[in-house]
Design a binder for this molecule. Structure first.
Ligand SMILES: Cc1cc2nc3c(=O)[nH]c(=O)nc-3n(C[C@H](O)[C@H](O)[C@H](O)COP(=O)(O)OP(=O)(O)OC[C@H]3O[C@@H](n4cnc5c(N)ncnc54)[C@H](O)[C@@H]3O)c2cc1C
Length: 425
């Protein structure tokens, strides 16, 4: 079948085009380009030169977070501005540039975002106003925040959460007990958002999210800090909750709403999505954008190297195997970006992820980052394998994108369930 023809003149088409705004565009606006270039400048001038050092030190780069806060890149206002972009592209564009600069430092700057997403997604207006600014602190006293869902025996299977929250009517407080594992910024944050079970019999439907400020609550402490393969400038640790008490109003969404939701679940009615899942769904495209930043860094570095390095009397890029690998790297990165941008646009405009488009974007970008950084090592040969060159660090950093916020297997499970409508195991 051929496209329908009509007698519409070129003039009519031109008039129609002039009357209407384009309904589809992948071109960034001037504002978006300005923000991208500004973040890129910070990534290139401040993060890149410091990346190797902080990776070796395995410490949170507080001076760089502070630097980011000073220029408005880290903080409540900045994040609100990036998030409020109606196209949804603000956050992915910023994340891609930051993680191009360095993933470990990038995670120290962006790790707070997961706790913020939980508060924004599940908190009341009053809670959003109170807790989100506290997650970031001030320019003079920067803070980070932590989102604590995982436990030693509950990673992919969030329903296995053993941390409990019991309501003490006598004191009007929640009493929280348990152990959280692998929490980014765990124990070094003021605000911790903790997923706990209020009613174990209801499985993950009996979970709720609690805000626990380290500066106020007793019974919350940092467990061991985890020594990692990559992302080493980002702090990861266990968090212990030992008869930790917080006021009734520290459950996100409020106690009244929680009681109503639990009553609906007990009656077998619909209850909306689970506390941890809600946060992960909204943040997956942003996490995909982080992986993209690492992949792009490796691709650009390998491309320049291949154009310089000579063997057998010619540049190594003159060999098809090298040139084709670089062509595929560029192709895969651009393909992943399209998925990330689509999911970001959908998320921002509340278009339902009917085919798990958020998971698709994170899965693809994570796999591309791992593959592209490994290929970059290959293109650099022996140099690629040494710590004198950044590509081995990028490869170590990239691997986490197959694992956290839902492993590659779990993303496939989510997509498979969404497209089939069946409970694939
Ligand atoms: C650096 C880092 C930072 C992190 N930050 C945070 C954080 O801030 N907050 C937080 O709550 N958590 C965080 N995590 C935890 C992270 O989300 C979990 O590690 C992740 O969800 C996987 O859980 P797991 O490690 O228990 O693996 P497991 O669930 O034990 O999985 C092990 C393997 O089995 C596979 N598998 C499991 N179930 C299935 C299935 N049904 N079908 C097919 N394959 C399956 C998995 O895909 C994986 O390959 C972080 C982890 C790391 C390493």
């Amino acid at each position: 079948m051929s496209a329908p023809t009509s007698a519409v003149s070129a003039e009519t088409l031109a008039e129609a085009a002039a009357e209407h705004e384009p309904v589809f565009s992948l071109a960034l606006t001037q504002d978006q380009r300005d923000i991208r270039d500004w973040v890129h400048g910070f990534a290139a001038d401040v993060m890149r030169p410091a990346a190797h050092d902080w990776d070796e030190r395995e410490e949170t780069p507080w001076p760089i977070i502070q630097e980011a806060a000073k220029i408005g890149l880290y903080g409540f206002e900045g994040m609100a501005q990036f998030f409020s972009d109606p196209s949804g592209l603000g956050l992915p564009v910023v994340n891609e540039e930051l993680f191009w600069g360095d993933a470990g430092i990038g995670m120290s700057i962006m790790g707070t975002g997961l706790a913020v997403a939980a508060i924004f997604g599940q908190g009341s207006g009053e809670q959003i106003g109170e807790w989100i600014p506290r997650c970031y602190g001030t320019v003079d006293e920067v803070k980070v925040a932590a989102f604590c869902a995982s436990e030693p025996n509950a990673g992919s299977d969030v329903s296995g959460v053993r941390t409990t929250a019991r309501f003490d009517e006598a004191t009007n407080e929640w009493v929280i007990n348990g152990q959280k594992a692998w929490a980014t910024n765990g124990g070094i944050s003021d605000v911790h958002v903790v997923i706990a079970s209020v009613d174990r019999e209801l499985g993950s439907k009996g979970h709720a999210a609690f805000v626990i400020p380290m500066s106020e609550a007793k019974g919350i402490s940092q467990g061991s800090k985890v020594s990692k393969h990559g992302l080493r400038a980002s702090h990861t640790a266990d968090v212990f909750l030992d008869d930790c008490r917080v006021p009734a109003g520290y459950v996100l969404g409020g106690k009244e709403k929680l009681d109503e939701r639990l009553a609906r679940v007990r009656e077998g009615k619909k209850s909306g999505s689970q506390a941890a899942m809600q946060t992960f769904e909204s943040s997956r495209p942003t996490v995909g954008a982080q992986a993209l930043g690492i992949a792009r860094a490796a691709y650009e570095y390998a491309l320049e190297y291949a154009k310089e390095r000579e063997q057998f009397g010619r540049k190594i890029i003159e060999n098809q195997s090298i040139a084709f690998t670089l062509a595929r790297m560029k192709l895969e990165i651009d393909a992943a970006r399209l998925l990330v941008w689509r999911a970001s646009w959908m998320g921002r405009n509340q278009v339902p992820f009917e085919n798990a488009e958020g998971s698709m974007s994170k899965l693809k970008a994570g796999e591309v980052a791992v593959w592209a950084t490994e290929r970059a090592i290959q293109i650099l040969g022996g140099n690629g394998y040494t710590r004198e060159f950044p590509v081995e660090r990028w490869h170590r950093d990239a691997k986490i994108y197959d694992i956290f916020e839902g492993t590659a297997e779990i993303q496939q499970l989510v997509i498979a369930r969404a497209i089939s409508g069946m409970h694939i195991k």
